[in-house]
Design a protein around this ligand. Sequence first.
Ligand SMILES: Nc1ncnc2c1ncn2[C@@H]1O[C@H](COP(=O)(O)OP(=O)(O)OP(=O)(O)O)[C@@H](O)[C@H]1O
Ligand SMILES: [Mg+2]
Length: 264
Amino acid sequence: MTRPEIRIHNLHKSFGGNHVLRGIDLEIGHGEVVCVIGPSGSGKSTLLRCVNLLEEPTGGQVFVGGTELTDPDVDIDAARRRIGMVFQQFNLFPHLSVTENLTLPQRRVLGREKATAARIAAENLARVGLSEKADARPSSLSGGQQQRVAIARALAMGPEVMLFDEPTSALDPELVGDVLAVMRGLAREGMTMMVVTHEMSFAREVADRVVFMDGGVIIEDGAPDRVIGDPQHERTRHFLSRLLDPAMAGVEEKPPGRVGTSER
Ligand SMILES: Nc1ncnc2c1ncn2[C@@H]1O[C@H](COP(=O)(O)OP(=O)(O)OP(=O)(O)O)[C@@H](O)[C@H]1O
Ligand SMILES: [Mg+2]
């Protein structure tokens, strides 16, 4: 691995009595793309949210680019600026144009001049293929276009790492491809990325590593071909089989004799 860009050491997170993250150790190298997969409730979003301190960890350490975010003396706003985050919901301001959605945080958070912010907004809209929508309102865009605007907004802040939490889950199937293409381009440019996703073909093609989480721990961590193609743990196999064929969910719980009995 190249130098670690994200380093997570023995991370724990509880919500009241609910111990959600139970000792996560994970390193992500500079320019590496890591996809995180796992069942609902396994703690994937909580893990991402702990990496940029949207949630405060209960224990353990998180480092981004050598800075310990969990150090009580850290300048958390400065540290957070190094991390871009994209959610399932795009959270664009409906009353602002696409360009204004990109310039506002640059000016408010980074104190950039109007002209500089506008230039950087234009560069990043081009990067996601939406230059022609610069003056449009978000409501006039498709979900996939809105998500690409949200990615451009994060990129305009000049992050060193990008975190994605199921960026395509809210999209109609025909709009998923354009968003994944933008993410594929970012990966090719060498962006360090941590991506929670159910898109197994994307994970196989783009990820350097796939991490399978269940019950707040990492069960498997390895090359996509191994974790998805040849999982070593029963829990991973079970998860993947349900994902590939949701109709199979719970089949093994049916009483013997029911499955496969023919009506002929
Ligand atoms: N802000 C919160 N307050 C209380 N409990 C929370 C909070 N956020 C998450 N949890 C709990 O933490 C557990 C893990 O949730 P998390 O959202 O991280 O799972 P996930 O793996 O992202 O699931 P999904 O695939 O459904 O998005 C769940 O039991 C959830 O109820
Ligand atoms: Mg989640």
